[in-house]
Design a protein around this ligand. Structure first.
Ligand SMILES: Nc1ncnc2c1ncn2[C@@H]1O[C@H](COP(=O)(O)OP(=O)(O)OP(=O)(O)O)[C@@H](O)[C@H]1O
Length: 397
């Protein structure tokens, strides 16, 4: 009796031990795999058609029909908007999760599905509370789709300019959260992702708001998924007019500092509520570009005219000034003069702005003098040397 009992005990103990070791081993492999985030491990399907959960990581590979079902067969009434990469549809999964499905147009075919999965993987490992999380993706012979959680408070651009009567506006506190949260999200893309991710299209329309009005940056990492030259963006440069840094426009080369420029313009949008480029401003003055408009008001010290009227004067003057200063630092012509995103985060947290602003003001005086000298040279006013020449010519001298 007892020897049989102890034999069973030994067998059970051994089996238990082996299972325990196996579990520990499996956990070890999973954790390691996760840390390295290898493509194969991230995208392995555990089982057949029905359960398409990915084995490791949280990415889900959706079947085309699942997304058809979720978006009411990509019905036009579910279109949230159209961007440079394709249409975005609102949808819901069977468990009730609301999603936004980005249906890519003009996606690049070279490299095929493998190349697509590699880029998707890069996007999926960028996890930060201020970055739009990728839930999953779908590929078919002819389609490439990305699935994100639906952000119920839509975009910052919507909250600033397109909200319906009766809907809450973004108050000053919410705007401050947009400023700092967006800066942190971009800092993460630039400085904590390997390889680093450059957004290339930072603007209020690409910053979404979750249920608690926390900002999340969307639309990053997509540049390599589509053939940029074929998309509807007017220039070959990926980006939106009024937000594009001058060096990106002229050379087509982007860097972290082109994102910093876009971020600076977004700050101006957040403070003024206005569009980065707006031809209706021509009626009152000649500043189509928000940046020129703000610079002029800033020179005149006219803070009240800068701030969004929708705020009904409830804002902190000092904080507005601080944001304007950071925006102007970020939008300087030469990329090397602009701060990095982590410097921006620190300045927003109250560190190091004063010194940099001092510098900016000194440089700005020279910049303006140069500009005025240029203007004078090309102004055919009475005193203009060109005019003197003209007079002399007409007098036959
Ligand atoms: N996850 C999401 N939740 C809610 N709305 C979203 C989500 N993703 C995108 N949208 C909205 O869908 C619309 C289209 O988005 P998309 O980013 O494709 O275009 P865009 O920002 O207008 O242009 P671009 O491609 O130049 O960035 C926008 O109004 C955007 O706010």
């Amino acid at each position: 009796g007892s020897s049989r009992g102890s034999k069973i005990g030994v067998v059970l103990g051994t089996v238990g031990g082996v299972i325990g070791l196996l579990i520990i081993g499996a956990l070890f492999i999973i954790c390691n795999g996760r840390r390295k985030g290898h493509l194969r491990e991230v995208f392995v399907d555990v089982s057949g058609e029905d359960d398409r959960r990915i084995a490791f990581g949280q990415l889900k590979r959706f079947a085309w029909r699942e997304l058809q079902l979720a978006t009411d067969n990509f019905s036009e009434k579910n279109v949230l908007g159209q961007g440079g990469f394709g249409k975005v549809y609102k949808g819901a999964l069977p468990d009730g999760t609301k999603i936004a499905v980005k249906r890519l147009t003009d996606y690049e075919s070279p490299g095929g599905e493998a190349a697509f999965l590699r880029e998707v993987e890069l996007i999926s490992v960028a996890v930060h509370r201020n970055l739009l999380r990728l839930i999953g993706f779908c590929t078919t012979q002819t389609e490439r789709l990305l699935v994100y959680p639906f952000m119920q408070n839509l975009s910052v651009a919507y909250r600033l300019r397109e909200f319906k009567p009766g809907e809450p506006i973004l108050d000053w506190n919410a705007r401050k959260r947009v400023a700092i949260g967006t800066a942190r999200g971009l800092e993460y893309l630039h400085e904590h992702c390997n390889p680093k991710i450059i957004h290339r299209d930072v603007k209020a329309a690409n910053v979404l708001l979750d249920e608690g009005f926390e900002p999340v940056v969307g639309d990053f990492g997509l540049a390599k998924l589509v053939d940029v030259q074929k998309t509807s963006v007017t220039t070959q440069v990926r980006g939106t007019m009024g937000h594009i840094a001058p060096e990106y426009l002229s050379t087509g080369k982007s860097s972290e500092r082109t994102d910093v420029f876009g971020y600076g313009i977004m700050l101006l949008e957040v403070v003024t509520g206005q569009r980065a480029i707006d031809f209706s401003r021509l009626e009152e003055e000649d500043d189509v570009l928000l940046l020129d408009h703000v610079k002029k008001l800033q020179r005149e010290g006219n803070l009240d005219a800068i701030v969004d009227r929708n705020l009904n004067n409830s804002f902190d003057r000092q904080e507005v000034e601080m944001m304007m200063q950071i925006a102007l630092l970020c939008t300087q012509g030469s990329p090397e003069d602009r701060p990095s995103m982590s410097e921006v985060v620190r300045m927003l947290e109250g560190e190091g702005l004063a010194e940099r602003w001092e510098e900016w003001q000194q440089v700005e005086v020279t910049r303006r003098e140069d500009y005025e000298r240029m203007q004078q040279r090309f102004d055919w006013g009475e005193d203009s040397i060109y005019n003197q020449d003209a007079i002399e010519l007409s007098a036959g001298r």
